[in-house]
Design a protein around this ligand. Structure first.
Ligand code: MTE
Ligand code: MO
Length: 320
């Protein structure tokens, strides 16, 4: 099949991939000795087959900026920021077991023709999932490369027919004191909230993930539905979303409310604008083989060709 490669997000293979094929492709790559792949198997060989049938997602492979060696799944699911479950990096994996993700509904509100409460399955078309390999760059200056499974955010938002008053979109995380031990402490003003300008939210790179490494999202990674905005610092990628609201004004965001001088609304990855307390010029590569593996941070996290136009004429040092 001939596919013209015009944009970085052009499909390179548009076959639908069941989880089992995905695994065998990865094993194949491992047997060819691709560096870093061998260590990335989603799980032990024996346990894998049984679980695939239960939890594997079907998705289309997309060649979205393969951003370097994939981060081992153990790091992706064991080293997390999800403050509702504690502020330690291993807290979410340990203490998110009680999060109830089924059934899951999302309230859609504000400036749109179609609003209401929607079941996850009515919000996301599980027959049209795709995989995208995106780098997640945390504001704390570390990064991971993760194979996400999900749908373009633009498609989901379009299904609600937002009106011309919708200039921004706001997101809110689930909040339940019985299931989220971290919310007993006022580290952030709960619930966690985030927002995007409408043109950012409808950019083809903005993604709503329901899975990673071919499986449904683990709770610690934001099950069952989380945002992935690859050109922004990780904290914009809000987890376990229960509310989406179309707004006419810029909505408040959790980290900006907690420390406005340190975290702005835009939070685009930018090696030239340091955080007031540390440099953003480079980042630690999580699971990169060495504890000290680092890489230089790329403008817009490597997605500049695709997204720089969204900020043309804006002073990025002021709009951090
Ligand atoms: N609800 C909620 N979403 C959140 C966070 C959080 O604490 N709560 N942390 C953010 C931060 S700081 C990062 S770096 C990413 C981490 O995603 P990961 O754990 O899946 O790698 O999630 C973001 N989304
Ligand atoms: Mo982060």
């Amino acid at each position: 099949m001939l596919i013209k490669r015009r944009t970085p997000w052009t499909l390179t293979e548009n076959d639908v991939t069941p989880k089992s094929m995905y695994l065998s492709r990865r094993r194949l790559m491992a047997s060819f000795g691709a560096a870093g792949i061998a260590a990335c198997g989603p799980r032990g060989e024996a346990a894998g087959a049984a679980q695939e049938a239960e939890t594997g997602l079907r998705f289309t492979k997309t060649d979205y900026f393969p951003a370097g060696d994939l981060t081992p799944v153990e790091a992706v699911t064991g080293y997390n920021n999800f403050y509702e479950f504690g502020t330690g990096k291993s807290d979410p994996a340990r203490s998110s077991g009680r999060l109830t993700t089924k059934p899951w509904t999302v309230a859609v509100e504000g400036h749109a023709e179609r609003t209401g409460t929607f079941a996850l399955e009515d919000l996301v078309d599980f027959n049209r999932l795709e995989e995208r390999i995106y780098r997640l760059r945390c504001v704390e200056a570390w990064s991971m490369v993760i194979p996400w499974v999900g749908v373009p955010l633009a498609d989901v938002l379009a299904s609600f027919n937002p009106t011309s008053d919708a200039k921004y979109v706001a997101f809110e995380t689930y909040l339940n004191r019985d299931e989220m031990p971290g919310v007993r402490w006022p580290v952030l003003d709960w619930p966690y909230v985030e927002g995007l300008r409408m043109d950012e939210a409808t950019h083809p790179l903005a993604f709503l993930a329901v899975g990673l490494y071919g499986d449904v999202l683990p709770n610690q990674n934001g099950a069952p539905l989380r945002l992935v905005v690859p050109w922004k610092y990780g904290f914009k990628s809000i987890k376990s979303i229960v509310r989406i609201r179309f707004e006419s004004e810029q909505p408040p965001t959790s980290w900006n409310k907690s420390a406005a001088r340190e975290y702005g609304f835009y939070s685009n990855v930018n090696p030239n604008v340091d955080h007031p307390r540390w440099s953003q010029a480079s980042e630690r590569v999580i699971g990169g083989g060495s504890l000290f593996a680092r890489r230089d941070t790329d403008m817009f996290n490597g997605y500049a060709d695709a997204v720089a136009g969204l900020y043309a004429g804006m002073d990025l040092a002021k709009n951090y």
